[in-house]
Design a protein. Structure first.
Length: 112
């Protein structure tokens, strides 16, 4: 049976809020935003929360995934949007690596 997961709420931090929600819903996989899902500003994260989240997912045997912000659109006719999208994807890939995530979910957008 494939793992069933959820976009987890991270209010209070990746570990504090995210793992509590993971346990509450019985998720076997989790997906998180590592910043504002509707904004461009990257978040550096909190090293203590990051380490606790990574360890907590490993202890639970729960794979984690990052979801890039909704603004990402590499098909945009705007060069500025494409450049910001690429920078955002890079940042999220780096955060995924730091957190030991199994993957990063990217919706590529469209050439509106």
């Amino acid at each position: 049976m494939p793992p069933i997961g959820a976009h987890i709420q991270i209010k209070g931090g990746l570990a504090r809020g995210g793992l509590a929600y993971t346990d509450a819903v019985g998720a076997r996989a989790v997906q998180v935003f590592v910043g504002n899902p509707r904004g461009w500003k990257p978040s550096a994260g909190d090293p203590a929360q990051d380490a606790a989240f990574t360890a907590g997912c490993a202890e639970r045997g729960v794979p984690s995934f990052i979801h890039t912000p909704f603004l990402v659109n590499v098909g945009s006719p705007s060069e500025a949007t494409v450049e910001q999208s690429i920078a955002t994807i890079r940042h999220n890939l780096a955060r995924g690596s730091q957190l030991g995530c199994a993957g990063v979910v990217v919706h590529a957008g469209s050439a509106v």
